[in-house]
Design a protein around this ligand. Structure first.
Ligand SMILES: NC(=O)c1ccc[n+]([C@@H]2O[C@H](COP(=O)([O-])OP(=O)(O)OC[C@H]3O[C@@H](n4cnc5c(N)ncnc54)[C@H](OP(=O)(O)O)[C@@H]3O)[C@@H](O)[C@H]2O)c1
Length: 426
């Protein structure tokens, strides 16, 4: 049996996991594939670094050409991260006809089209399962298992850090900054957590999922993004009182006016399967016109869960090489669909206001909503001395109307502040 040669770019968290899985399950993978997989070279920055794994020193190189130009390497695995030089290396590997497996959501969300063109030029495969939701094989599910469906919506909890923070805030009533510090100490949040807590990481992933689900290229700039930094313990408490939990959701939905692609915190009804996804776990909920609702749950990051997705892709790429059947699953963005602006979406909304506690206040607030065709589904009022906290949930309304109503509210002398506005996913 001729082995299939693998070159790995990067030997950090994911690279190490990939190497470990390939070694540990070597015989099983060879039996399933009908041929062994052989790691031929691994590119790193520093060959002398302690990496916590046993491997032959001659496997390591700091020379990209030793991976990209080696005829013995048939599959290049990019697990170094970032855009450059990863983009150049992937394009070079594809130009040599090597199949590429990447875990890099930044690269796929920003340069996906260019990379797919590179793959098409030489007929090589480009797989990227681990770039979304780590160990959950949702890319293959959407591209293959659900390919008979028109996908109506994809809703995901696709950032483990923010799900951990919101779960902790909910379980312990702690505030955002305290939980973030604890998440950093436990290694669940980066030293610079901006990409996670501002929603950018989830935005990259939902851009990738929306592109696959709706067969149209969704760029990062198309995604409306709000993070979780404005969520306060009182929002979580009021949400619970109303029968909801707060989650950071990536939402991609096809509507007659175009597609909606957004990331923001949302109130999710307690009985919904996504409401039960806590801690660092991820989940992707989909609705197809044939299958109806499905949900996929698992670990969205970490050495071995991410390696599981990468190695699955390596095996698929190796199988295609063996069967001479590459490029069966290339780029699936064959349509051009408009992306609706956030002001055109329809949703229910949770609002928390601080108002002067005196007679007639509610009438003024109801007037501002009525003037903009916003109707209310629930109201909670808590009085603390002269100021009252007013929590409102609207019926479904266009976001433009809600924003106009909020502008009117802000001008009312009885409204001290509009403390928070959060969309409600019913
Ligand atoms: N970590 C996760 O749980 C996870 C989950 C899903 C997807 N991903 C994605 O997987 C990719 C890798 O993440 P990671 O957490 O494994 O990163 P990491 O721990 O920082 O490892 C990066 C590796 O790439 C090497 N590297 C970086 N730049 C290089 C360069 N210019 N030349 C040569 N080698 C270079 C580094 O070499 P040295 O070791 O010598 O510095 C290191 O071994 C990223 O795209 C990430 O978004 C990660």
């Amino acid at each position: 049996m001729n082995s299939v040669g693998i070159g790995i770019l990067g030997l950090g968290t994911v690279g190490r996991g990939v190497y470990r899985v390939l070694q540990k399950n070597r015989e099983l993978i060879a039996a399933r594939l009908g041929t062994p997989l052989e790691v031929v070279k691994i590119l790193v920055r520093d060959t002398g670094k302690e990496r916590g794994i046993t491997l032959l020193p001659e496997l390591l190189t700091t020379d990209p050409a030793a991976v990209l130009e080696d005829p013995g390497v048939s599959i290049v695995v990019e697990v170094m991260g970032g855009i450059e030089p990863a983009r150049r290396y992937v394009l070079e590997a594809l130009s040599h006809g090597k199949s590429v497996v990447t875990a890099n959501k930044d690269l796929m969300a920003v340069c996906g089209q260019e990379l797919f063109a590179g793959a098409a030029a030489t007929g090589a495969d480009l797989f990227f399962e681990a770039s979304v939701a780590g160990g959950i094989p949702v890319v293959k599910i959407l591209k293959e298992a659900l390919a008979g469906n028109r996908i109506l919506e994809v809703i995901g909890i696709i950032n483990g850090t923010t799900n951990y923070i919101l779960s902790k805030m909910s379980d312990e009533g702690a505030d955002f900054d305290t939980v973030l510090r604890e998440a950093q100490e436990r290694g669940y949040a980066e030293a610079d957590p901006a990409s996670d807590i501002e929603g950018l990481d989830a935005a990259r992933k939902i851009a990738i999922l929306a592109s696959i689900a709706f067969n149209t290229r969704v760029m990062l700039d198309d995604v409306y993004v709000e993070g979780i930094t404005k969520i306060r313990p009182e929002d979580i408490k009021y949400a619970r009182e109303l029968g909801y939990v707060i989650k950071l959701l990536g939402i991609a939905r096809e509507t007659p006016g175009g597609i909606e692609v957004r990331v923001h915190p949302a109130l999710v009804r307690c009985g919904h399967p996504l409401a039960a996804v806590s801690d660092v776990f991820n989940a992707v909920f989909t609705r197809g016109d044939a299958v109806g609702e499905t949900m996929f749950y698992g670990r969205g990051a970490g050495e071995l869960p991410t390696a599981s997705a990468v190695v699955g892709d390596i095996i698929a790429a190796a199988r295609n090489i063996r069967c001479n059947a590459r490029r069966i699953l290339g780029c699936t963005c064959f349509e051009r669909k408009p992306v609706r602006p956030i002001t055109a979406i329809e949703s229910c909304y949770y609002l928390r206001l601080r108002v002067i506690d005196r007679p007639g206040v509610l009438a003024g607030i109801a007037g501002a909503f009525g003037n903009n065709s916003v109707s209310l589904a629930a109201v909670i009022q808590k009085t603390t001395g002269v100021v009252a906290e007013l929590v409102l949930v609207t019926h479904r309304v266009r976001e433009a109307n809600l924003r106009a109503a909020v502008e009117e509210l802000r001008c009312l002398p009885t409204v001290e502040t509009v403390a928070n506005i959060i969309r409600v996913e019913e």
